[in-house]
Design a protein around this ligand. Structure first.
Ligand SMILES: Nc1ncnc2c1ncn2[C@@H]1O[C@H](COP(=O)(O)OP(=O)(O)OP(=O)(O)O)[C@@H](O)[C@H]1O
Ligand SMILES: [Mg+2]
Length: 232
């Protein structure tokens, strides 16, 4: 049995809009183990991104908790959660969230630029690794471009490279190949699968891309705020 990384415990999430409560997630529980490859599917608006954000400690549930190696995320401070995320989680946002004033290579490097001393790294080492990651997502020749000088698919690949910067144990990826042609999408998929195999990084991928379905060990289908998990 692999080590349990994440335990989602009975979380509910609603958004309050002027008396019209929108119950997006209803008492969802879910476990993620090392080496897992999980695919999350469901119709638009069902709450896939919301669930991923809660698992990454980016947003708070109204009820329930998320444990990482048995430790509560939501009983701790925002500061704790952002340090924890920086250290353990690679998050690929559906809409990338690159910093507009920085180049591609700087965007990729940012997660390692904090706690440089603690990690025993120099800026030069970090930028070298960022360039290597850009190369792995086929963007070596776009290193100095800013986000607004890149296509959507290029920005998506920068966001993926950034998520890999700190060798995360868990990669939470929201439609990571949604904006890519099929050949480029396959290369990105191969890169994520290789990390899963070599380092044991767990993958939770929200995707409509059929190519993922043969590659995952669990399929989570979301419907009406609940999940239905199947082993492949
Ligand atoms: N901050 C917010 N305030 C109010 N409602 C929100 C907020 N964020 C999301 N929602 C609503 O919550 C629901 C779930 O949103 P979410 O982004 O998780 O869906 P999704 O499954 O990722 O959809 P998609 O496939 O289109 O990306 C949607 O109906 C959305 O309108
Ligand atoms: Mg979404």
């Amino acid at each position: 049995m692999e080590e349990k990384l994440i335990e989602v415990q009975n979380i509910s999430k609603s958004y309050g809009l002027k008396g019209h409560e929108l119950h997006v997630l209803k008492e969802i529980s879910l476990e993620v183990f090392k080496k897992d490859r999980i695919m999350v599917v469901g119709p638009s608006g069902v709450g896939k991104s919301t669930l991923l954000h809660l698992m990454g400690g980016l947003d708070r549930p109204n009820q329930g908790d998320v444990l990482f190696r048995g430790e509560s995320l939501f009983k701790r401070s925002d500061r704790f959660r952002s340090q924890w995320r920086n250290e353990h989680i690679g998050f690929v946002f559906q809409f990338y969230h690159l910093l507009p004033e920085f180049s591609a290579v700087e965007n990729v490097a940012i997660p390692s630029m904090v706690y440089l001393k603690k990690r025993g790294l120099t800026k030069k080492m970090v930028l070298e690794k960022a360039r290597h990651l850009l190369d792995q997502v086929q963007l070596a020749d776009r290193a100095l471009h800013r986000p607004n000088q890149m296509s959507g698919g290029e920005q998506q690949r920068v966001a993926i490279a950034r998520a890999l910067m700190n060798d995360p144990e868990l990669i939470l990826a929201d439609e990571p190949t949604g904006n890519l042609d099929s050949a480029t999408g396959e290369k990105i998929q191969a890169l994520l699968l290789e990390l899963n195999e070599k380092n044991g990084s767990a993958l939770v991928v929200v995707t409509h891309d059929e190519k993922w379905s043969e590659q995952t060990n669990r399929l989570i289908t979301m419907m009406d705020g609940r999940i239905n998990a199947n082993l492949h």
